[in-house]
Design a protein around this ligand. Sequence first.
Ligand SMILES: Nc1ncnc2c1ncn2[C@@H]1O[C@H](COP(=O)(O)OP(=O)(O)OP(=O)(O)O)[C@@H](O)[C@H]1O
Ligand SMILES: CC(=O)N[C@H]1[C@@H]2OC[C@@H](O2)[C@@H](O)[C@@H]1O[C@H](C)C(=O)O
Length: 367
Amino acid sequence: MLKGQVARALGAMSGTSLDGVDAAVVETDGVTISGFGETAYRAYSAQEQAVLRAALGRWSGEKGVEQAARLVEDAHAQVLSGFDGIGLVGFHGQTLAHDPAGGRTHQAGNGARLAETLGCPVVWDFRSADMRLGGQGAPLAPFFHFACAKWIGAEAPLAFLNLGGVGNLTWIDPARPAPEADGALLAFDTGPANAPLNDLMMERRGLPFDAGGALAAQGKVVDGALELFLDEGYFLKIPPKSLDRDDFSLMLDLVRELDDADAAATMTAMAAAAVMQGMQFCPSPPERLLVTGGGRHNPVMMEMLAAGLDCPVLPVEDVGLDGDMLEAQAFAYLAVRVARGLPTSGPATTGVRATVGGGEISGMVRR
Ligand SMILES: Nc1ncnc2c1ncn2[C@@H]1O[C@H](COP(=O)(O)OP(=O)(O)OP(=O)(O)O)[C@@H](O)[C@H]1O
Ligand SMILES: CC(=O)N[C@H]1[C@@H]2OC[C@@H](O2)[C@@H](O)[C@@H]1O[C@H](C)C(=O)O
């Protein structure tokens, strides 16, 4: 792609909570966001979720992984084929395993197959190049968050918080000229967000999540468990740093003795406490915390954050963004950056040695 050429890019994200595929169009030259387009969502059925869940923690070639990859490709082909006039697709795939210390990460789904099915160029495997250069391979949304900060006209430092299965925070100084500029960004995974709470709800109530925080609202937070949780070495580590979905699955043990409501309240508080701990790493206090991802629908989690932080805590809808689609939009934006040879991560976002453009391109990109 040429400098200044605006593409209609389609991004797709299949997140760690395993609920389904989000897809969204972004019009961009890979630097500036010109506009946001249509969106779509395709839920995974209970059977599909079981196939994905069974493959969690596994690497290519291991049992169940091939089946999971085909399922991910088919689900994406279904939802992405419903869009018209797309120049480029950004396909994240489904993270099954992530081991930054071991320098490896695994996103199921082959972009070359998807490119053939869709008849459209697909950018994929966004994380490997970063890891090869010593980076965490995650989070990758921060360069897009920088563009969003410009798009909303932010002038003072602010932060984006994604509350997905895992939580991740991006601090931004929008006065800097570009995301790769010194001092423009600091990003990292804060800790577990919804994934352990979802697992608790499934184990105790047979439900996928604590809708509206209704169960947590009936319980009380047990101090001892919260303190034990915050003793984990991860929270003291200087960012950048990233997590796998199940790195904190032992959280369930910390609330094992509690009744359902207290356990849900305590787990919700753990997700919020991890964010508050992480906020201390921001280079300067952000003027506001803009929250994206499913956790912003949980009023108990949102109130805990608002009570513990000095800045306003607002859903991204307050600035005109779509918190259910921000990650899908991020991979549309990053796909254009890859096609233009622009970097997608840097030392302040993944700890990579130098800025790097991740992503493999399958299929021809039109000039
Ligand atoms: N109405 C709601 N009330 C409470 N929690 C909710 C609600 N809606 C969504 N969630 C939570 O948000 C989760 C989905 O969030 P999201 O789609 O942002 O995660 P993801 O993209 O799969 O994860 P990640 O960002 O880690 O890849 C659900 O699994 C649930 O825990
Ligand atoms: C390895 C991986 O898939 N990480 C995800 C996960 O989900 C949230 C958090 O952990 C973040 O680091 C990342 O996703 C977003 C899209 C990112 O790369 O910015």
